[in-house]
Write a protein that binds this ligand. Structure first.
Ligand SMILES: [Zn+2]
Length: 236
């Protein structure tokens, strides 16, 4: 069930214990992937998993917090405090509308901290439960070996986007920029500029639709299982 497409009559009567909230970004992904990649991928996974679990899919939050790719045309960087408060409002409104568990399905690394802060605030103020997943880290983990050169707009993300909607990928513009990330989390413009010299890490040329389909299908199954497990734990 897709919240934005439901009418009020149906919304009042439907099982709305569990909802999935995709959160993404409008951000440069090399030259070949759509700017909305980080939003499209979790939205697609959420919609397919919701069909298996009778969860409601909340409208995707398309704008995210994008410090590292800020210098590239096409990136919209939302202040992380505003994003935190905005997501907190959405979570609290979900609770007020009868939703008891929100699974936040994040598609963009820069959103992780604002989402965690929002989840903490909303759950301390209401009875809502919130699960937070970074889809590329927490779902489809059994398929990671398919990709020898993953990264931002790299082999894995490009494969995933080819699987979700290949008409939005210009594979002829796919690039390669293999880098080593620092072993610890470092906040540094200097390092970001090196890592994201072409707004891409890894080798997007190695991407295939078939590998993407395997990854996305595994992610959908994993998410459906997580929702079912949480329903049990929370008795929903
Ligand atoms: Zn991305």
């Amino acid at each position: 069930m897709i919240l934005k497409d439901m009418n009020g009559f149906d919304f009042e009567r439907v099982d709305k214990d569990v909802a999935i909230l995709p959160v993404g970004s409008i951000e440069r992904h090399g030259d070949h992937l759509p700017l909305g990649t980080d939003s499209e991928l979790p939205e697609h996974i959420a919609r397919r998993a919701a069909e298996l679990t009778s969860a409601i899919v909340l409208p995707t939050i398309y704008y995210g917090s994008c410090h590292a790719m800020r210098g590239f045309p096409g990136t919209f960087d939302i202040d992380s405090e505003i994003l935190f408060k905005y997501i907190e409002c959405v979570l609290e409104e979900a609770w007020r509308n009868g939703i008891r568990l929100v699974v936040v399905l994040n598609g963009h690394g820069g959103n992780a901290t604002p989402i965690q802060m929002a989840a903490r605030q909303a759950t301390s103020r209401t009875g809502l439960s919130v699960a937070v997943l970074d889809w590329w880290k927490d779902l489809g983990t059994g398929k990671k070996d398919l990709f020898s050169s993953p990264g931002h707009a790299g082999e894995d993300e490009t494969s995933a986007m080819l699987a979700v909607d290949e008409s939005k990928v210009n594979i002829y513009l796919a690039g390669r920029h293999e880098v080593t990330y620092p072993e610890v989390k470092v906040y540094s413009k200097k390092i970001d500029e090196r890592l994201y010299e072409i707004a891409l890490t890894g080798d997007a040329k190695k991407a295939t639709k078939e590998k993407g389909e395997e990854l996305i299908s595994a992610a959908v199954e994993d998410l459906a299982k997580i929702v079912a497990d949480l329903r049990n734990v929370l008795e929903l």
